[in-house]
Write a protein that binds this ligand. Structure first.
Ligand SMILES: *Cc1c(COP(=O)(O)O)cnc(C)c1O
Length: 393
């Protein structure tokens, strides 16, 4: 057989064909599976073999195709697909931790991730220490002999700060702590997280994997033992399974993801360049530009800057709102990784729940805009941004 590269696997990986030989993946909209005999049912409950299904909360052929395809891309031995990105984050943490454990997490987290670490885990007796994820000395000081896991977003939302996966993994592994990475902003296309040291990689498939704003989904990727023996028992008994219809949408998403993410990244780079020096803008943040403080880490870890550009308007919230209200093509919303370009004002939406002081620590100022760059013609997006900036000033 020919050695298949990532793009080939994104189109063909994990495909299971029924007796009809359908070209496009089938949607097995079934909650259960009929057995040939009572003995066969008994045997399957004793031990289900590969592609032997029992109940859709445990697994389903369409969902298995998605799990195998994304695991191939990430270079993971196995994956478990979940109902949303948060079901994946929660499933990874709750299945691997127990009372008395200690976790170290980067402070700059997606709001719901922060809620799990700050509110839910302590309810179950898990101690969590927060660090500045970009500061390796803080990781070294916080990881202890009894630390059982570290958790971080490899590129933070919305300030696009990177955590060095290889360096933090080395610190964590010296104490046998599991490294769990939420890799959404890095995207599955540029991720090499497992080779760089991560043990478990989590994605919200709602973002670049769907990439067309249609469905919620998520996936937990790791070794065969972690996924089958630790994650799967937790997920299958607590009900966070992905629906077969969603898995089918996401399989179609994976087929085009490489093209989409690379095009969105190319446009994001052009937009970042065009915004630098524009009157009214205080600061443009894009990891693919040489003026980003972690440019070298971004190139080593991802080889690209990703699909999001953040920038701060000089005159705070009023300027940010005026600017957003003048946008013509770019939509005001809070998804990202979508084919449609989306502007977000983090201080009043995604990060509204934080105190002003917490926002300050994370660098989320009142003028900050997060732009998720879509698939439109970049020239139109640049014109939209510049026109809105001019008329809002
Ligand atoms: C969106 C997102 C999540 C949550 O994913 P859902 O699919 O919305 O549940 C988690 N982490 C990061 C970094 C995200 O961007």
């Amino acid at each position: 057989m020919i050695k298949r590269h990532k793009r080939t696997n994104l189109v063909h990986g994990g495909t299971r064909r029924s007796q009809w030989g359908e070209l496009s993946e089938a949607i097995f909209l079934t909650q259960g599976f009929a057995y040939d005999s009572a003995e066969a049912a008994e045997q399957r409950f004793i031990e289900a073999g590969p592609d032997e299904y029992i109940y859709a909360r445990y697994g389903n052929p369409t969902v298995a195709m998605f799990e195998e395809r994304i695991a191939l891309l990430e270079g993971a031995e196995a994956g478990f697909a979940t109902a949303s990105g948060m079901a994946a984050v929660n499933g990874a943490l709750m299945s691997m931790l127990k009372a008395g454990d200690h976790v170290v997490a980067a402070r700059a987290l997606f709001g719901s991730c922060l809620y799990i670490l700050e509110n839910i885990l302590p309810q179950f007796g898990v101690e969590v220490s927060f660090v500045d994820g970009a500061d390796l000395d803080q990781w070294r000081a916080a990881v202890r002999p009894d630390t059982s896991a570290v958790f971080f977003e490899s590129m933070s939302n919305p300030t696009l700060e990177l955590v060095d996966i290889a360096a933090v993994s080395q610190i964590a592994h010296a104490h046998d702590a599991v490294v769990i990475v939420d890799n959404v902003f890095s995207t599955p296309i540029y991720s090499d997280a497992i080779a760089q040291g991560a043990d478990v990689v989590v994605y919200s498939a709602t973002k670049h994997i769907d990439g067309q704003g249609r469905a919620l989904g998520g996936v937990i990727l790791g070794t065969q033992t972690q996924i089958r023996k630790v994650v799967e028992p937790y997920m299958k008994h607590t009900g966070g399974a992905m629906s077969p219809f969603t898995a089918w949408l996401l399989l179609k998403g994976l087929e085009t993801m490489d093209l989409r993410v690379r095009a969105q990244t190319a446009s994001a780079g052009q937009i970042a360049d065009a915004l630098v020096g524009t009157p009214g803008i205080a600061n443009v943040c894009y990891p693919g530009r040489a003026d980003h403080p972690q440019y070298e880490l971004a190139m080593r870890q991802l080889g690209a800057g990703g699909t999001v550009v953040s920038f701060a308007l000089e005159n705070g919230k009023k300027a940010a709102f005026d600017f957003m209200n003048k946008l013509d093509i770019i939509l005001i919303s809070n998804n990202l990784g979508d084919a449609k370009s989306i502007a977000t004002h983090p201080a009043t939406t995604t990060h509204q729940r934080l105190s002003a002081e917490q926002r300050n620590i994370l660098g989320i100022c009142d003028g900050l805009i997060r732009l998720s760059v879509g698939l439109e013609d970049p020239a139109d997006l640049i014109e939209d941004l510049k026109t809105a900036l001019l008329t809002a000033a």
